[in-house]
Design a protein around this ligand. Structure first.
Ligand code: GLU
Length: 504
């Protein structure tokens, strides 16, 4: 059997969207399950859309998720020189440019492609003429005979133009009146009539670079890719790709087109704007573009990479059971393309938070403490790991992110700086009794007993205590607070509070 080899082939046109990370993840899971290889290849032949930093972002985002390529990346960089593990280097298409021309010429020689000399102005004129007739111009069998290309010009003219001009292209000669039959591992069998397709540009003399279509097919062939798993937006390119494989006489890989990630509300693709509007990230890592535009990232928002990977996996795939929590290894074992849905997957930001909360609950208190300690230090809070662990164990069920501890448990690290106004008005009058009870108490139980025995109004005095300890009459239980901060500190806080807000 053929070895399974898949690739993630992003174009470095900006930060990688979470939908792109999901494509990488599904490729990775598919390959790992079959004991195959997962490659990263950078498709940067469109120089107009190239964005500096985007390539490194892709590498870093995959690394954060634990999606490790078998080929294409070494020491956090794209491999440029072949070695034993990376025999197909360079894995960046702009460095493979000398490869593609030969393949484009091969197609011309076989009659599957031709040289086209139309200038942008001539094409624009054809477009306008068609529009005047209320038609849309497409470069295909119906129009190519009237245009300037190697099918209409004589050989001498063609040679002259090839030598003189530097703006010609090589176009695919889309077969006329044919039905292309295609299979997709998710969508099943499909067919498309070539009458709806155009003669796509494959190679451009202007920058001596292939277009996406040619480079993608050539590299998938040279890199022995067995399965192409990619976003649904590439489905319209599939007939051309199938025809290119046929023209080259190459065996084609299997294809699978993944459903789109959809907005939480309404219709359409999940976009950065949805995230900005509803307050959630749509990128794995934060990003600042050269234009100063910023994107928030799951990592910086406090998500655990395992939670992010888990929630991504479930967007468009289901295991066929009730299980929702999966480690990367469990996903690898359970994943299959036949359980990927054909329709788009609606993103639910609340569910994303739920995943993080579940992962946080399962984390060791010591691990969480190590993450929380620097956040506390940044606020000038001095404490110990042991103490932070204790605080975490008491408040774990209330937190979704590690940073939540800082806010939920603030009063366990520092005395309140101010007191809630409403609560002060309501319970301030009971502070003298609260101080008296606290002085007599040795823990929460004796505190309560004292209040009861001395006929003090239980609820009000307790709320007065809570106000003094935390700054408001709600939040953590008094017993928990006392067990962390201790009686002397509690008494100090009560006395300070009484001094500040109690009026006779
Ligand atoms: N370079 C394409 C992209 O940016 C790759 C599509 C494919 O996987 O064939 O998504």
């Amino acid at each position: 059997m053929k070895r399974t080899r898949v690739r993630f082939a992003p174009s470095p046109t900006g930060p990688l969207h979470m939908g792109g990370v999901r494509t990488a993840l599904y490729n990775y899971l598919y390959a790992k399950q079959k004991g195959g290889d997962f490659l990263l290849r950078i498709e940067d032949t469109d120089s107009h859309r190239f964005v500096p930093g985007a390539e490194q972002y892709i590498i870093d985002a995959l690394a954060w998720c634990g999606i490790t390529p078998d080929e294409g990346v070494k020491d956090g960089k794209i491999v440029e020189t072949a070695d034993e593990r990376n025999p197909h280097a360079p894995y960046r298409q702009s460095q493979r440019r000398q490869i593609y021309r030969e393949y484009a010429e091969r197609l011309v020689a076989g009659g599957f492609a031709y040289y086209a000399f139309d200038t942008p102005e001539e094409l624009e004129a054809s477009r306008r003429e068609a529009e005047a007739r209320k038609e849309t111009f497409i470069y295909n069998a119906a129009t190519r005979q009237k245009l300037r290309n190697s099918l209409t010009l004589d050989a001498g003219q063609v040679q002259r133009l090839l030598a003189e001009r530097s703006d010609w292209t090589i176009r695919f000669r889309m077969p006329e009146d044919e039905t292309v039959e295609m299979d997709d591992l998710i969508r099943g069998h499909m067919s498309v009539h070539t009458g709806t397709l155009d003669d796509k540009v494959l190679w451009k003399r202007a920058d001596e670079l292939p277009t996406y279509h040619l480079a993608n097919i050539v590299d998938d062939h040279l890199m022995a890719i067995s399965d192409v798993i990619r976003g649904e937006e590439w489905l319209p390119s599939l007939p051309l790709h199938v025809l290119l494989y046929r023209a080259f006489g190459w065996e084609r890989p299997q294809f699978a087109h993944l459903p789109l990630l959809l907005k939480p509300v309404g219709n359409g693709k999940l976009s950065k704007r949805d995230g900005d509007k509803l307050g959630f990230p749509v990128f794995p890592l934060s990003w600042t573009g050269a234009d100063g535009e910023t994107c928030r990232g799951y990592r910086e928002d406090g998500y655990f990479p395992e939670a992010f990977v888990n929630l991504l996996a479930m967007l468009g795939w289901n295991p066929g059971t009730e299980q929702e929590l999966f480690s990367l290894d469990e996903l690898t074992a359970a994943f299959s393309l036949d359980k990927v849905s054909k329709s788009g997957a609606k993103f639910n930001p609340d569910k994303a938070k739920w995943y993080n909360k579940e992962y946080l609950r399962r984390k060791d208190d010591g691990v969480l403490a190590d993450l929380l300690l620097p956040m506390l230090a940044a606020e000038g809070i001095e404490t110990t790991k042991g103490y932070v662990e204790k605080v975490i164990s008491l408040t774990k069920e209330r937190a979704t992110f590690v940073s939540d501890f800082r806010d939920i448990a603030r009063c366990l690290f520092t005395a309140p700086q101010q007191y809630d106004e409403k609560d002060s008005a309501k319970f301030g009058a009971f502070l003298p009794q609260a101080v008296e009870a606290m002085r007599a108490a040795s823990d929460a139980a004796t505190l309560e007993a004292y209040i009861r025995e001395h006929d003090m109004p239980m609820g009000k005095v307790m709320n007065g205590i809570r106000l003094a300890l935390t700054g408001a009459a709600s939040g953590l239980g008094i017993g928990d607070i006392l067990s962390c901060i201790g009686l002397p500190e509690a008494l100090r806080r009560l006395e300070t509070c009484k001094e500040k807000i109690w009026k006779e």
